[in-house]
Design a protein around this ligand. Structure first.
Ligand code: ATP
Length: 230
């Protein structure tokens, strides 16, 4: 028989820097899906994309400032503390060892990230450790089996593991739930480019984060600092 269990959701990213798009998304997911906890999980050095432009410590500080006084969202900096290349599967294994097998863990990602999933380290293991909550923009296209390659593998996964929101509460892992949600049109890339070109990114991210960026003179040179992940 199913029962209600503690539900923890993780929202991963590089947060280089964190902005209102991330924060609204995380909060709306928590509210809509009724998670007990929603943790922002900055990655140290993701393998499936470019290295962050500023150090782990700067990204941690910016997230801490963004979340100050916000009870609904928390920071989980384990991937920054672990250092090195970041593999989500290692993080989920670690969380399972820490929290046991009864807690429900949901790893949240955008549909764009889901399409890259077959390139992730030990990706087939992810659903044995957690649910996947995929956020898709309204009008999103379902990945097609006949597309071949990674898209076909994702289409197969969507069919095999498709779940409903209530299963995120009744089961500890194994479901893939797609949630339609409008995204604020903000990207960290745009913010970095604005700063590098001497323009202001004000109103796209929390004031305290912008102040930190200015105090530390971050992102002034677009590409020069890339790869400086400490
Ligand atoms: P970049 O432009 O450097 O790729 P980003 O703004 O897309 O950065 P990431 O740190 O790569 O941010 O993304 C973290 C997570 O936030 C991902 O799951 C991504 O899908 C999601 N995300 C990014 N932008 C938005 C947005 N505007 N609204 C909601 N979610 C977003």
């Amino acid at each position: 028989m199913s029962h209600t269990r503690h539900t923890i959701a993780l929202f991963g990213g590089t947060f280089d820097p964190v902005h209102f798009g991330h924060l609204r998304m995380a909060l709306e997911l928590r509210q809509a899906l009724g998670f007990d906890e929603m943790r922002l999980l900055p990655s140290h050095r993701p393998r499936h994309r470019e290295s962050p432009g500023v150090s782990a410590e700067h990204r941690r500080q910016m997230l801490a400032l963004a979340l100050a006084g916000c009870d609904e969202l928390a920071l989980d900096d384990r991937e920054l503390r672990r250092g090195g290349d970041t593999y989500t599967v290692d993080t989920l294994e670690e969380l399972r060892r820490e929290l046991g097998c009864d807690v429900s863990i949901s790893f949240c990602m955008g549909l764009d990230s889901l399409l890259t999933l077959p390139a992730w380290h030990r990706w087939q293991r992810l659903l044995e450790l957690a649910h996947l909550v995929v956020v898709a923009r309204p009008g999103w296209q379902l990945p097609r089996r006949d597309a071949g390659g990674a898209e076909a593998a994702v289409a197969e996964l969507l069919e095999r593991c498709a779940g409903k929101a209530k299963q995120l509460h009744s089961e500890p892992c194994g479901r893939l739930v797609v949630r339609e949600q409008t995204l604020l049109p903000i990207s960290a890339t745009d913010i970095r480019q604005l700063i590098a070109s001497g323009q202001s990114p004000r109103f796209l991210l929390p004031t305290a984060v912008l102040q930190y960026i200015e105090d530390n003179q971050l992102y002034r040179q677009a590409a020069a600092a890339a790869g400086e992940c400490k």
